[in-house]
Design a protein around this ligand. Structure first.
Ligand SMILES: [Zn+2]
Length: 343
């Protein structure tokens, strides 16, 4: 079969790899029908050291079940299913708490295992991991359904971690696909105002349609001052950090008001958390981490199915598998917000 392999910074190839196949009785074999490139795939794209064996890529995908192991009960051949960006057994201590990214028997796609940016995937722990979709594979909702594997769940997780709710002023740091989904999530959870910190006109326009009420395009100190000014000198109740870099994290922490909360879902690129002293004295809650996307699929799916939310609009480019290397280039160059792969 063919799949995407990264060999180092800027070096993404689509090549022939060993066919995915069942190895455990709890596995399912999935024929991928749609997938995408994640903002987090751009970190290795910018910095990965050269590797002779390469790293299989992709962790957001929808597919048709082609075969299942003897112990699989919840999905069967022919089902259309979505896979969250981590697999999980659904039964351990952490899965029962809804924290499937910490599953005791779970893991993450790609690396030496199959990734979503390929024709087929061996899915471990199929019963805990996969969720059946009540639509056909060419349904118009496919783009929005695909975001349930990661970005929409991640934006929702940021909003939950930041305690978004009615009456709260929310600030979203980052205008990438996750930040835009964070805007959707904040509106869905009843935020009173949503301030987006971002600078790209196309993304800002989409954010406004998703429910952003104010835009702050300054950076650094000026961005902090602007948000403080917009919030009557107090700061935001809830801040969604959707980038993960040092400066964006510092901005997020500094614009939180006393007693507020910051939900961090951008993969941290620095070892230390900035603004330690000021957040301490403001009693700011700092929460977040990898979203348990699996836990949120059932909650968000009805809203996607009836069109109440349209997170699929973050996709602004579609490619076939052979176009994936150029998709990485386009996302890295900020020519595309998010690239969808159709098989
Ligand atoms: Zn588990």
């Amino acid at each position: 079969m063919r799949a995407t392999v990264m060999y180092g910074a800027g070096d993404v190839r689509v090549e022939t790899v060993p066919d995915a196949r069942l190895t455990e009785p709890t596995d399912a074999l999935l024929r991928v029908t749609s997938a995408c490139i994640c903002g987090s795939d751009l970190w290795p794209y910018q910095s990965m050291e050269k590797s002779s064996s390469g790293r299989r890529m992709g962790h957001e995908f929808i597919g048709v079940v082609e075969d299942v192991g003897a112990d699989v009960r919840t999905v069967r051949k022919g089902d259309l299913v979505v896979a969250p960006f981590a697999w999980s057994d659904g039964t351990c201590e952490f899965c029962r708490q809804g924290l499937q990214t910490s599953c005791l028997h779970g893991g993450f796609w790609g690396g030496e295992l199959d990734g979503g940016q390929g024709e087929a995937v061996r899915v471990p722990q199929a019963d805990g991991t996969l969720v059946r979709l009540p639509v056909g594979r060419d349904d118009a909702l496919m783009t929005s359904l695909l975001t349930l594997s990661d970005v929409m769940g991640t934006g929702h997780h940021a909003a939950r971690a930041a305690k978004v709710g009615p009456g709260r002023i929310v600030a979203v740091v980052g205008d990438g696909a996750v930040g835009l989904c964070g805007v959707i999530a904040a509106r869905r959870l009843g935020a009173e105002r949503i301030i987006l910190l971002g600078r790209h006109p196309d993304r800002i326009a989409l954010a406004r349609e998703f429910g952003a009420t104010e835009i702050v395009s300054e950076r650094g100190e000026a961005a902090v001052e602007r948000v403080i000014e917009l919030t009557g000198g107090l700061g935001a109740h809830s801040v969604l950090e959707c980038v993960g870099q040092g400066p964006s994290t510092e901005t997020a922490l500094r614009i939180a008001r006393a007693g507020g909360a910051v939900g961090r879902v951008g993969l941290p690129q620095d070892a230390a958390i900035p603004a330690s002293l000021s957040t301490f004295f403001k009693n700011v809650t700092i929460a977040g981490g990898p979203a348990p996307a699996r836990a949120y699929i059932e909650e968000l799916l009805p809203d996607v199915l009836d069109g109440r939310i349209q997170p699929g609009r973050v996709f602004d480019r579609v490619t076939e598998l052979d176009g994936v290397p150029d998709g990485y280039r386009a996302m890295n160059a900020r020519e595309a917000i998010k690239v969808m792969i159709r098989f």
